[in-house]
Design a binder for this molecule. Structure first.
Ligand code: GTP
Ligand code: MG
Length: 236
């Protein structure tokens, strides 16, 4: 029985990988830089994305997809920025898949976008196995979750490109040991870039946006956004 279960899982993942590869080629051709966000439920993905969209709107053409099991709450919050947003309601599925992203994009002119953000379902396990065709994956770790999450859920950190410590305004209140958290991230993913942020105080947002602009200009060379020296130090 066990080998049969493994076979099915392999087939599903292979199908997802193939579709993700097709999606990535479409994104590349359209010149849109795609960023996904993963974290545990409530770590602050939507709040972080709201702050990001607010800052990018006007300068860039941005849009977002957001996955949720049952509600459209996050799509409504993100749409307040004025950016086009679509909700993907997954029902009982604990992660987004490339096919869901592909369906949600029907009718969208990708070539008119500079950035597409994809907020995954809040879960530290399932999303790590599913490539969505994104160029950059962020894993968010909030100060209220505890420092040990990278050790307990290493796969999600290993499949992400950058870790963002969120709710940094609560660091003292919850006695979050930032150094221990950073050390744990480095234990599971040596050399991983980490940034701090607070959606409440907007702290850390400038560093994040500098990093994002730099990644965008490297990926889309025609973009007219210079890579500053402070940004170069953030790149690994
Ligand atoms: N103090 C503080 N609270 C925050 C911050 N970011 C988010 N929150 C709060 O944390 C709660 C969850 O934030 P969300 O942005 O909804 O988190 P999420 O990861 O999108 O949640 P799911 O989509 O349900 O997984 C909300 O009550 C936010 O107001 C922050 O930087 N500081
Ligand atoms: Mg959310």
């Amino acid at each position: 029985m066990t080998p049969r279960i493994l076979e099915i899982r392999t087939a599903i993942l292979k199908e997802n990988d193939l579709l993700a590869r097709t999606l990535r080629a479409r994104f590349d051709q359209a010149g849109v830089f795609v960023v996904s966000l993963v974290s545990s439920p409530g770590a602050g993905k939507t709040a972080f994305l709201q702050a990001t969209l607010k800052r990018l709107m006007g300068e860039f053409s941005v849009a977002a997809l957001v996955g949720d099991l049952a509600t459209e709450n996050d799509a409504k919050r993100l749409a307040e920025s004025g950016a086009p947003v679509r909700q993907i309601t997954t029902g009982t599925v604990c992660h987004l898949e490339a096919s869901m992203v592909s369906e949600a994009l029907v009718g969208w002119d990708l070539a008119s976008l500079d950035f597409l953000f994809i907020e995954n379902v809040g879960n530290l396990v399932c999303p790590s196995s599913y490539d969505l065709g994104e160029h950059l994956r962020l894993v968010l770790l909030s100060t209220t979750e505890g420092e040990d999450k990278p050790l307990k859920y290493p796969t999600i950190f290993n499949t992400a490109d950058i870790a963002i410590i969120t709710k940094s305004d609560l660091t003292a209140a919850v006695q979050f040991d930032r150094e221990a958290a950073l050390a744990n991230i480095q234990r599971v993913r040596p050399g991983m870039t980490t940034l701090d942020s607070s959606a409440r105080s907007a702290g850390g947002l400038d560093d994040w946006l500098a990093y994002l602009r730099a990644r965008h200009s490297i990926h889309v060379p025609s973009a007219q956004h210079a890579l500053g020296s402070s940004v170069a130090s953030l790149m690994t």
